[in-house]
Unconditional design. Sequence first.
Length: 235
Amino acid sequence: MMILCNPHNPIGRVWDRSELAKIAKLCQKYHVLLVSDEIHGDLVFKGTVYTPIFDLPDSLIDNTVALISPSKNFNIAVLHAATVVAPNDNVRARINRGINNDELAEPNLLSIPATVAAYRNSGEWLDKLKGYLATNREFVAFYLQAHLPEVKFASENATYLLWLDVSAYTDSAEKLAAFIRVDIGLYLSAGTVYRGNGAYFIRMNVACPLTTVEEGLRRLTQSLNHWQLQGGNAS
């Protein structure tokens, strides 16, 4: 099985149709079940075309599963509402058996009507949310350029989770994030948990009021100054 994140978290990459088609063809060739996590699919900003995995030709999606949820887009994660979509009857039967064996197929009282309300009646709200998030993202990019030029805005054009390159400050994002948390009370995710070269990155959530984003960036600036004064070796 291959798990694909589209759009990608944490980097915000929106895979284009040709990339998705290539991945699907490779999975077919090597008999790999392709599972596309599309939980951030509605949070793609202007200038980028988002392609859901099931927008590919039928011939490429028979061995494919999509995971969707209104939790990120409509802020109802607490309801644990999610949907597994599988066009192939055999694959769907296997999934159905698995989630029922583990008692995951019993949604709570509010999750189904909330999901229906989100997808049917909340388009205007989602458009306004995306506009607000786009403003927050742009503010972060401009702030970093003006006040923290050594921190590079490395996110692409989706999600409210920003990927920031802090390699100018450290080769251990885990140590840096822990220092910032203790030093100034700002909670950022260390990129280390994503493996690869994640030790050079931190992740920032901007799904909040702009005033909160401003305060967070002010604290980040202050704490990075403290980090440098201590030689970047704080623990």
